[in-house]
Design a protein around this ligand. Structure first.
Ligand code: PEP
Ligand code: MG
Length: 583
């Protein structure tokens, strides 16, 4: 490699928002540092300028409506409704009046609208509500669109991309992300954004690799730089060496190959060489993912995260809205199981539908079941929709972040009431619907013996169990090195949970990201886990691992791992046993 190349190589880490690997050249897109010069017009042109402004607004409303329609066909009506706030703002009479007032001072419409939107952005910046702050991206998007219309530079944001490219930007509005599907976009990397930003949610739904929250990347990358995006690990490499490109190219092809091997693996059982079965299920967020679930060869849905309805919409979903989605998924998957998890907002998932005070420690705060038990009206509506869906398919329900018995008892009371109501109303539901809890808080592990007597299954949420066990915020990059699912303390918690469940005759699933880690498969099986649930695209790879190992070795590995002093020692054991199985 030439020396000048060494200077240019840079590696960044951010939040892995959407999995996959992409290699391509950078398209740097700056939609934030957008500035309009102050321009004057003669007063006699004021009326004409107002008409120009209204025409531009109308054209942008049409443009956004068309985009919304297009998106509805790809990701569904509910998710496409993220464009409703755009339209509402464009139709807001106060916004129009304010812009008119500036035009009347002899200013050009583009500058007048720029001033109006900057005022709104400034106000939003000081609001404590994270959801409101996220709307700033939407307002910038509207400003850019209206200005393009007024200045006659009307091009789709990504229309100027000629070849496949990696988008690098300070931030992207959901409407930008929606364009990514049809345009030549390989991946995107943003300065901003979190796991629950609309952009991250859309990226996953559209299957485009993305890394978010890579501070300053948009000002450090030059157009045309070669970029590797590893959306699975949250890594971005700028101008990598030839050998690094080759390495990632091999991995990218492996992913492609694995996808192709789906055909072969899909109908083969997920069982070890000594014929022990390990059902592999999928995690989903949207009903539209069911096709991917089926294509992956999954044996059901082990975690249907239900909060996105509550995060994306302006108004709380009705019982019928929820029932429509759940029954659709239940019918499409039938007779395979669908486990719907009740609302898990709070922590890093801020829903504006609940009036929540900002908290110092949101992950230790008003989150998940705690929110549901405070808002029984919403909880009941949600549960009724789930129970009604159990009448049309194989549906189970589970509750997130249970930390004590009282929460489960209170929840069971609500369930009993709902069952009674449905019986009285003559609405069909599964009387034997399976009820489970997520084990993701250490106190739940310690009382697992007691919890197991009152539920039909456990599902271990390792994403949270790790953060609460080792006291590491799962989204804090600074201490990410301490966040380790292979920590022997975490493994012991998994074992305690499994033992408590099996002693009481109930099964245990793992539905955190650990379930999708091929290094963890043998260990989890050896610890006695009965089922894994993961992003659908990971199912074939994990099935490959299951089919190449023996249960006998898995048990031995687990015994040794539980004796280890550190996560690194555990990994050494895994490598050792992995090799035995391949021999
Ligand atoms: C988990 O905590 O492991 C889990 C599956 O739930 P979530 O990631 O939605 O918190
Ligand atoms: Mg969790």
């Amino acid at each position: 490699m030439a020396e000048k190349d060494i200077d240019k190589i840079r590696e960044y880490t951010g939040i892995p928002a959407s999995p996959g690997i992409a290699i391509g050249s950078a398209f740097v897109y700056d939609n934030v540092n957008f500035w309009i010069e102050e321009r004057n017009i003669p007063l006699e042109e004021v009326d004409h300028e107002k008409v120009r402004f209204i025409n531009a607004i109308d054209a942008v409303i049409e443009e956004i409506k068309a985009l919304k329609d297009k998106l509805e066909m790809t990701i569904g009506k509910k998710d496409a409704s993220i464009f409703d706030p755009h339209i509402m703002l464009l139709q807001d009479p106060a916004v129009r009046e304010e812009t008119f007032a500036i035009i009347e001072q002899g200013k050009r419409a583009d500058f007048a609208f720029f001033r109006t939107t900057r005022k709104i952005i400034k106000a939003y910046k000081h609001v404590d509500d994270e959801y409101m702050r996220e709307r700033i991206t939407d307002i910038r998007d509207i400003l850019r669109r209206v200005t393009s219309e007024l200045l006659g530079t009307k091009t789709s944001s990504f229309a100027s991309i000629n070849n496949l490219a990696v988008i690098i930007a300070p931030n992207l509005a959901p409407s930008d992300t929606a364009h990514l599907h049809s345009s030549k976009v390989l991946a995107f990397v943003l300065d901003a954004g979190g796991r629950t930003s609309h952009t991250a949610i859309l990226a996953r739904a559209l299957g485009i690799p993305a890394v978010l929250s890579v501070k300053g990347i948009s000002s450090e990358v030059n157009p045309g730089d070669t970029i590797i995006v590893d959306g699975t690990r949250g890594k971005v490499l700028v101008n990598p060496s030839e050998s690094t490109i080759e390495h990632y190219e091999v991995e990218r092809k492996n992913i492609e190959r694995l996808k192709k091997e789906l055909e072969r693996l899909r109908d083969l059982p997920s069982e070890t060489s000594d014929h022990v079965k390990l059902p592999l299920l999928s995690n989903i967020e949207f009903p539209e993912e069911v096709d991917a679930v089926k294509f992956s060869g999954s044996e059901g849905i082990g975690l249907y995260r239900s909060e996105y309805h509550f995060l994306l919409n302006e108004i709380a979903p009705s019982e019928d809205d929820l029932f429509r989605d759940y029954s659709k998924v239940a019918k499409m998957m039938n007779p395979m199981p669908v486990t719907i998890r009740t609302l898990d907002v709070g922590g890093d998932k801020i829903s504006h539908l609940f009036e929540a005070e900002p908290e110092d420690n949101p992950f230790l705060g008003w989150r998940a079941i705690r929110v549901s038990l405070t808002h029984k009206d919403v909880f009941k509506r949600h549960l009724r929709a789930i129970f009604r869906a159990s009448g049309v398919g194989n549906v189970a329900v589970m509750f997130p972040m249970i930390s004590c018995m009282d929460e489960l008892d209170e929840t069971r009371e609500v369930i009993d009431n709902i069952k009674n109501d449905l019986r009285h109303e003559g609405i069909p539901f599964d009387e034997n619907i399976r009820v489970g809890v997520m084990i993701e808080v250490p106190s739940a592990v310690m009382i697992a013996e007691k919890l197991a007597k009152k539920v039909d299954f456990f599902s271990i949420g390792t994403n949270d169990l790790v953060q609460y066990s080792v006291a590491v915020d799962r989204s804090n990059n600074r201490i990410a090195n301490l966040y380790d699912p292979f920590h022997p303390g975490v493994l012991k918690m998994i074992k305690m949970t499994v033992d408590a469940a099996h002693d009481n005759g109930i099964p245990v699933s793992v539905c955190g990201e650990m379930a999708a880690d091929p290094l963890a498969t043998m260990l989890l099986m050896g610890l006695g886990v009965d089922e894994l649930s993961m992003v659908p695209s990971f199912v074939p790879q994990i099935k490959d691992v299951v089919r190449s190992m023996s249960m006998e070795n898995a048990r031995e590995l687990a015994e040794h791992a539980l004796e280890c002093e550190s996560a690194d020692e555990v990994r050494v054991q895994i490598q050792k046993y992995g090799k035995c199985d391949l021999d």
